[in-house]
Design a protein. Structure first.
Length: 112
């Protein structure tokens, strides 16, 4: 899987963003049974349900874990995430979870 471009990230669905984040930000590999629903941790033998784009408690929790790992500040009411050194970069979306996924991917591909 190649790294997504900024244009691909900007137009992707939540499920696609979660899939890219699993591979490029969290170090997961795909299981045999699907897109984004089950991912194997590299070097481990357990399966993890990774869907941070979903607006349920598990999805929100996974988005928060992602934000903590990549040192982001979440503004849930504004649908925004600040990231980067001194939090000088901002990603806005209608959904703060999607903003967190995009910010993570932007930091990995080196663009904003």
């Amino acid at each position: 899987m190649t790294k997504p471009t900024k244009e691909q990230i900007d137009t992707a669905t939540g499920e696609q963003l979660s899939e890219w984040v699993a591979v490029w930000c969290m170090g997961y590999e795909h299981g045999e049974n699907g897109l984004g629903d089950k991912c194997y941790r590299r070097g481990k033998d357990w399966i993890y349900d990774w869907q941070p784009h979903l607006e349920n408690l598990k999805g929100k929790g996974q988005s928060i874990v992602l934000a903590e790992k990549f040192d982001m500040v979440i503004h849930a009411a504004k649908g925004a995430v600040n990231y980067g050194s001194w939090y000088h970069k901002t990603v806005k979306d209608n959904n703060w979870q999607i903003a967190a996924l995009k910010a993570c991917l932007y930091s990995v591909i080196g663009e904003e």
